[in-house]
Design a protein around this ligand. Structure first.
Ligand code: P6P
Length: 358
């Protein structure tokens, strides 16, 4: 069998990072984990490793500012958004966006970036003569409106291999790829502790920031979502505006005394579901008939991660999120994501009550 085919077979046959390669009797930092994981497949290049490490650095910088957010007034930031020395106080999502772009530009491991904060793609000039083969998409600070009330927020990222000729600039088609083409996806949750959770298609692993050493440390190995649960997560305030099938499903959750948990920060709600099980729903509403959440840098990365942990993610037309065809960088979509049994249960309700041809 040709070398490439052997390596592809190796990749397919290893569903998770081989635990033999990761020590379990001492601290394992994100950097060490990424480097050891790369060694799982000798064909891997250092680029993806570099990108994941760049995101880890940006996350630490963002975390420092997010944690200070509550001190803005104490630190004397004027209402005008300027501090006493006249420095302009940036909105945290703008700050997070700029730090992520800087960290990725400094290493030059990607050729272009797309962000929730920017209308168009951002080209990244090569730092060395070596052309880059990856593009990165992110929502720099999802749920940032929660910061003022000290609720957790998150960064969501997705990494793709470029399709365009590496000798030329990236194109929009490098970004308009289905979620199944993601080579890595993950999020950073700035909560009671700061966690980075990611997948490269070989299982899901979680790292908790230890502020005393400034390192993300492996804390959740090979994360698996509970098969079922009795918790659902939806903005109940829109109930009367949901389609019939969604209202019937929510009625069923209530009839079965399921618990409702909704933080209003997708990363936080999905992280809770990854740990404890449940289903997160953002169906179409009058204000967002196509759904509110963005396909490319919110739904796709979280869908890859939840599927890698054994869960499911579909839109309310029953299409697997990772197979939805993107047409626009900032395309919105509906989503139901979480424990496989609960997503299947919702699918049955939609098939039974939907007036629309699916
Ligand atoms: P709503 C935050 O603004 C966000 O984009 C997601 O993080 C969150 O799940 C959703 O919107 C909340 O939206 O309409 O319930 O306030």
């Amino acid at each position: 069998m040709a070398t490439a085919a052997l390596k592809k077979t190796a990749l397919n046959s290893v569903s998770q990072i081989s635990s033999a390669n990761i020590p379990n009797n001492r601290i394992v930092t994100l950097d060490e984990f990424i480097l050891r994981s790369e060694k799982d497949f000798d064909y891997a290049t250092g680029e993806l490793t570099g990108l994941l490490r760049d995101i880890g650095v940006a996350a630490k910088i963002i975390n420092r500012e997010v944690n200070k957010a509550g001190l803005v007034n104490i630190l004397g930031m004027a209402d005008s958004g300027e501090n006493q020395s006249g420095d302009t106080q940036q909105k945290l999502d703008v700050y997070a966006n700029e730090r992520l772009i800087e960290c990725l530009q400094n290493s030059g491991e990607c050729c272009a970036i797309a962000s929730e904060e920017n209308d168009n793609i951002i080209h990244v000039p090569p730092v060395t003569s070596k052309p880059s083969h990856y593009v990165v998409m992110f929502d720099p600070l999802d749920g940032s409106s929660n910061i003022d009330v000290n609720m957790s927020v998150g960064t969501i990222f997705a990494i793709y291999r470029r399709k365009s000729d590496p000798s030329g600039p990236a194109t929009i088609d490098d970004f308009l790829q289905t979620g199944t083409k993601q080579v890595a996806a993950g999020y950073v949750l700035y909560g009671t502790s700061t966690m980075l959770v990611y997948t490269t298609g070989r299982g899901v692993n979680g790292f908790t920031l230890d502020p005393s050493i400034g390192e993300f440390c492996l804390s959740h190995r090979n994360m698996r979502i509970p098969e079922n649960s009795q918790t659902y997560s939806v903005n109940q305030g829109y109930y009367s505006k949901f389609d019939l099938e969604m209202r019937r499903y929510i009625d069923n959750c209530s009839d079965q005394n399921y618990g409702l948990r909704y933080i209003g920060s997708m990363v936080s709600d999905v992280h809770r579901i990854l740990i404890q099980g449940g289903i997160f729903l953002y169906p179409s509403t009058r204000k967002y008939p196509k759904g509110k959440l963005r396909l490319l840098y919110e739904c796709n990365p979280l869908a890859m991660l939840i599927e890698q942990a054994g869960g499911k993610a579909m839109n309310t037309q029953l299409k697997r999120i990772l197979e939805v065809t993107p047409h626009d960088l900032h395309q919105r979509c509906t989503i139901a994501i979480g424990s496989p049994t609960m997503v299947d249960e919702l699918k049955a309700f939609i098939e039974r009550y939907s007036a629309l041809p699916l």
